[in-house]
Design a protein around this ligand. Structure first.
Ligand SMILES: [Zn+2]
Length: 373
C-alpha cells in the first residue's frame, strides 16, 4: 500500500501557468498524446490527420469563448514542446471520442467507460461537512495529475486532470465549490456543433464563485456532447447545497437529492425528458450495476441515518460487488487490452475544509493521501 500524488502548483498569467504545466509534465504529456492518438484510431476510427483538423476548428472556438483557456493551452504546448493542435486535440478529446462513440455506437464493438460519483449534504456527514466523492474509471495508461492553481482573477482551484489538459474534471475551489463528472453518451452528441468544449466548461465551473454561476455554465446554450455534472458548495460550517445536472446537447435536467445524498454513473435517468436516445451497448451492465450498488450503499448508510465519515466514504469507493464491473472498477480480462477500463483515480473531497483525499489507481490496493488547496 503506497501512494504518492503528483501535484503541480501553478501561478502567474494563463500562459505562464500553461508553460509550467507543460514543462513539468513534459514526459506525461508526450505519453498521453501517444495514448490518445492511438485510441482515437483504434476505438473511434479517427486518424491523426482528422483529429487534428477537428482540433483546429475547436481552437478557433476556444479562442473566442475562453481566451484565457486558449492562452493556457498555448503555454502547455510551448512548455512541453508539442504542437498546439495536438494539445488542443487532447483538450477536446471528450468531444472527439464521445461523439464518435455515439456515431459508431450501433456497431457491436464494446465501447466502455465509466465513473461512479456521489455527494452527501452536511446533515448526512459526521462532522457536518459536505462530501463529494468519485471513482474516475478510464484508460489505465493515461497519466493524471493534480493542479493547484493560484488564479489572479478568480478563486484558487485544486483539481484532478490528465497531463496536458488545462481544465480539471474533479475538483474544488477556495469558495468551497466542488465538481464531479460522469461521461454519458446520447444519440445527439456531435463534435461538429462546435460549442464550448466539455473541459472548458469544467474549468469555468471550478473558477465560479457561486453554485448558481456554475450551474449556468452547464445549462447555457448548447453542448457538443452529453455529460452529468454534480456541483456542490459549502463555504464554511453550516448549510451546503448540491445539484446534479444531466446534460444532453440541447437540454438539461436537474435531479433531486434523495434523503441527503445523490449518486450517478454513466446513463441518463430519463433520456426522453432530454429528447435523446441512450447509447449504452456493452457499458449497460457496468453502469446499471454500479448505479444500483452505490444507491444501495447510500440507502444502507446515510439514508438510514448513519453519518458518513472518511472511512465509510473510502469503503464505498472500494466496493467490489459485481467485480470487475464494480464501483472499484477493475479491467475486464475478457475484453481485448485496448478495451479495458479501470478506476484510474479515486477522490473524496471535503468542501468547507478545501481538502481532498485521493488514491491514484485502484483504491482497494492504494492508500488515500490528503491534499489541501
Ligand atoms: Zn478494487
Amino acid at each position: 500500500m503506497k501512494s504518492k500524488l503528483p501535484v503541480l502548483t501553478l501561478k502567474g498569467s494563463p500562459h505562464q501557468m500553461g508553460y509550467e504545466h507543460g514543462k513539468k509534465a513534459r514526459t506525461e504529456i508526450e505519453h498521453n498524446l501517444k495514448v490518445y492518438f492511438q485510441r482515437f484510431k483504434s476505438e473511434t476510427e479517427l486518424s491523426h490527420e482528422v483529429a487534428v483538423s477537428r482540433a483546429a476548428k475547436f481552437l478557433e472556438v476556444i479562442n473566442k469563448v475562453s481566451p484565457e483557456y486558449a492562452e493556457t493551452m498555448k503555454g502547455v504546448a510551448a512548455g512541453s514542446g508539442q504542437e498546439i493542435l495536438d494539445i488542443t486535440a487532447l483538450n477536446v478529446r471528450y468531444e472527439l471520442m464521445y461523439s464518435q462513440f455515439s456515431k459508431i455506437g450501433l456497431k457491436p464493438a464494446p465501447k466502455t467507460f465509466g465513473c461512479t460519483a456521489f455527494a452527501t449534504l452536511p446533515t448526512a456527514v459526521g462532522n457536518g461537512h459536505l462530501i463529494m466523492a468519485q471513482n474516475w474509471d478510464w484508460i489505465p495508461e493515461v497519466k493524471g495529475l493534480f493542479l493547484k492553481v493560484r488564479n489572479e482573477n478568480g478563486p484558487d482551484v485544486l483539481s484532478f486532470t490528465e497531463a496536458g489538459v488545462v481544465g480539471g474534471k474533479i475538483g474544488l475551489n477556495s469558495e468551497g465549490l466542488g465538481l464531479l463528472i460522469n461521461g454519458i453518451v446520447s444519440s445527439k452528441d456531435d463534435w461538429a456543433r462546435l460549442k464550448k468544449p466539455f473541459h472548458v466548461r469544467c474549468w469555468e465551473i471550478l473558477r465560479s464563485k457561486t453554485l448558481g454561476r456554475a450551474a449556468r455554465i452547464v445549462s447555457q446554450g448548447e453542448r457538443n456532447c452529453s455529460a452529468n455534472f454534480i456541483l456542490g458548495q459549502q463555504k464554511k460550517a453550516g448549510r451546503g447545497k448540491v445539484i446534479d445536472i444531466e446534460s444532453a446537447p440541447e437540454a438539461v435536467c436537474k435531479l433531486g437529492l434523495d434523503r441527503g445524498a445523490v449518486a450517478h454513473t454513466n446513463h441518463f435517468s430519463d433520456p426522453k425528458i432530454l429528447g435523446v436516445k441512450q447509447v449504452l451497448d456493452e457499458e449497460r451492465l457496468s453502469t446499471l450495476q454500479r448505479y444500483r450498488r452505490i444507491q444501495k450503499l447510500l440507502d444502507r448508510t446515510v439514508r438510514a441515518g448513519e453519518k458518513l465519515n472518511l472511512a465509510s466514504a473510502k469503503n464505498m469507493l472500494r466496493d467490489h460487488y459485481g467485480k470487475p464491473e464494480s464501483v472499484c472498477r477493475h479491467s475486464n480480462l475478457k475484453l481485448p487490452e485496448y478495451e479495458r477500463y479501470e478506476t484510474v483515480v479515486s477522490v473524496i473531497m471535503d468542501l468547507p475544509s478545501r481538502k481532498l483525499w485521493a488514491a491514484m489507481g485502484s483504491p482497494c490496493s492504494t492508500e488515500y493521501s490528503p491534499l489541501e488547496l
